[in-house]
Design a protein around this ligand. Structure first.
Ligand code: 45D
Length: 163
């Protein structure tokens, strides 16, 4: 698939192409995206007021206490939409907070608080293709896409637990 236009259908197709990758490829791709975005993302961005930093931090602090194996499992659980205490906490967050939470995880990987990427990890050629297309989009589109990507992850919170 080639990304040429900026309409909603193209965006959702693009998100679907990421969701079709196996879970570990998705995690690896998402991390590479984080790396590429570098300084263009800052939790102090103007829109950051719509993210609940405390809530993202609360879950992050619980995850960082876990073993490296459990941390990785939790991240796989989010993508797999497994239902447990932590994926439900994730599910209760707003989309922007979910994005902030993933951002915190990636930062945690870089500071070794969260299980880091294996050294010299290479993306699959399919993932590289997706990354290339993503780089051709403008920032606004990228953010929309990431929101759409992280939004359905995790598990449904109990009724009334939306934050
Ligand atoms: O051993 O408006 C493998 C806010 C297998 C502010 C693995 C924002 C092998 C408000 C799976 C590879 C900042 C929220 C291991 C906007 C193996 C606002 C592990 C924007 C160990 C716009 C791989 C926020 C793992 C944005 C664990 C744009 C990979 C945030 C983990 C973007 C990957 C956040 C992770 C991004 C990736 C986060 C944690 C792109 C996170 C990416």
């Amino acid at each position: 698939m080639t990304f040429t236009q900026s309409n909603d259908q193209n965006l959702s197709q693009f998100v679907a192409s990421i969701q079709k990758l196996n879970v570990d490829d998705q995690l690896a791709l998402f991390y590479f995206i984080y790396k590429k975005m570098g300084d263009s993302v800052t939790p102090a961005a103007p829109g950051a007021s719509t993210a609940s930093a405390d809530i993202a931090e609360g879950l992050f602090n619980q995850i960082k206490e876990k073993s490296h194996e459990e941390q990785l499992q939790f991240q796989r659980d989010l993508i797999n939409k497994a239902d447990n205490e932590y994926t439900r906490m994730y599910g209760s967050m707003s989309d922007t907070t979910k994005l902030l939470f993933w951002y915190r995880l990636a930062q945690g990987m870089d500071s070794n608080v969260i299980s880091p990427m294996p050294p010299n990890y290479e993306l699959s050629s399919e993932s590289k293709g997706i990354l290339n297309q993503l780089e051709g989009m403008d920032f606004e589109q990228q953010i929309t896409l990431f929101r759409d990507y992280v939004s359905p992850m995790g598990a449904e919170p109990k009724q009334g637990a939306e934050v």
